[in-house]
Design a protein. Structure first.
Length: 250
């Protein structure tokens, strides 16, 4: 099950999981964007079903998890990729934008993990990956709400992993840096988002990217698929940075 499946990273996750032969429940609040993403995959034989759901609504989440298990079978793997960004200086950040950020980036992770984990513990097995951000550990100007919500999601996922370890459920985090998605480009509407991310911004205490390239969504998806797989069978509670060194290892 993948949340935020219509986003830039979400689409790459669906493609990577489809290549791995998974049956996929693709969740997003935007059904209009989700359906054309899913349709060609279904024509190519991928067992994928779209579900329109608002992860900030726990009742919707509980209902959709039950539907997924009825229609696709048991959920063995969960990826929390739904996320929103409302950049603003702290002194002008609105209450509504702050709450909206946490409603998806933190509450949504809690709602989905709780609903899915209840299924996993009874079967004693599963893997969960939360897509967070390197901003969850490194301060960023004008991104306090986003960074705080991602830090909370990181801490939550690690605590969840500790509680679920006796049930053989692994919980890890992937923390992308600048990634070639609409979210990145929205931060640089009047300029070259890719070049700006690579160069950094000393005036805002941002060092840039040592590898001199931004991540592709596929780079992030590959890290997630690895952590879901049996190759990562002894890995839990970890935060894997996929940021070209931008956070200097966190």
């Amino acid at each position: 099950m993948v949340t935020g499946a219509a986003g830039g990273i979400g689409v790459a996750l669906i493609d990577a999981l489809a290549d791995a032969g998974a049956s996929i429940a693709a969740l997003d609040c935007d059904g209009e964007r989700l359906r054309p993403i899913v349709k060609p995959l279904r024509k190519n034989g991928v067992n994928i079903i779209p579900y329109q759901v608002d992860v900030s609504d726990s009742r919707q989440v509980d209902d959709v998890v039950d539907r997924v298990e009825e229609e696709l079978g048991q959920i063995d793997y969960l990826v929390n990729a739904a996320g929103v960004l409302h950049p603003a200086p702290v002194l002008s950040q609105t209450d509504d934008a702050w709450r909206a950020t946490f409603a998806v980036n933190n509450d949504g992770v809690f709602h989905v993990c709780r609903a899915v984990a209840k299924k996993m513990v009874g079967r004693e097995g599963g893997a969960i990956v939360t897509v967070a951000s390197n901003a969850g550990t490194v301060p960023r100007t004008h991104m306090a709400a986003y960074a705080a919500s991602k830090a909370a999601a990181i801490a939550f996922t690690r605590c969840l992993g500790l509680e679920l370890a006796p049930y053989k459920v692994r919980c890890n985090i992937v923390a992308p840096g600048s990634t070639d998605t609409p979210m990145l480009h929205s931060l640089h509407a009047n300029g070259d988002a890719i070049s700006a991310a690579i160069a950094g911004d000393p005036g805002n205490h941002r060092i840039g990217i040592p590898l001199r390239k931004v991540a592709s969504p596929a780079d992030v998806a590959a890290a997630v698929v690895f952590l879901l797989s049996d190759r990562a069978g002894q890995i839990t509670l970890q935060n894997l940075f996929v940021d070209g060194g931008a956070a200097l290892g966190g």
